[in-house]
Design a protein around this ligand. Sequence first.
Ligand SMILES: [Zn+2]
Length: 96
Amino acid sequence: MQLKIFFKTFPETSKCLSCGKLGTIRRSRTKNIWEAALKATKTANLYKCRECGWRGIRKKYTVNKYSLITVVFYTLLIVSVAYVIRQVLMKNFGSL
Ligand SMILES: [Zn+2]
């Protein structure tokens, strides 16, 4: 079972959003403070298409259906643990 919420993306091997060609996207240098700030968050990178000149942001991580399953799984886990703790507390200190 995969217990990951965020999955790494591979923009270098994905299609260009503008021209749709595969394998033309390369990392691009930051050009201003906002791009540098974005890069510093380590959640996204700047990319540039060698074919059509498209330049933009691609996220480093993505969520998919497994993320949802994992979130549901963790939520159920937390709720059940909280329930058990509550039961134990009620049993031991319920008369207070
Ligand atoms: Zn392109």
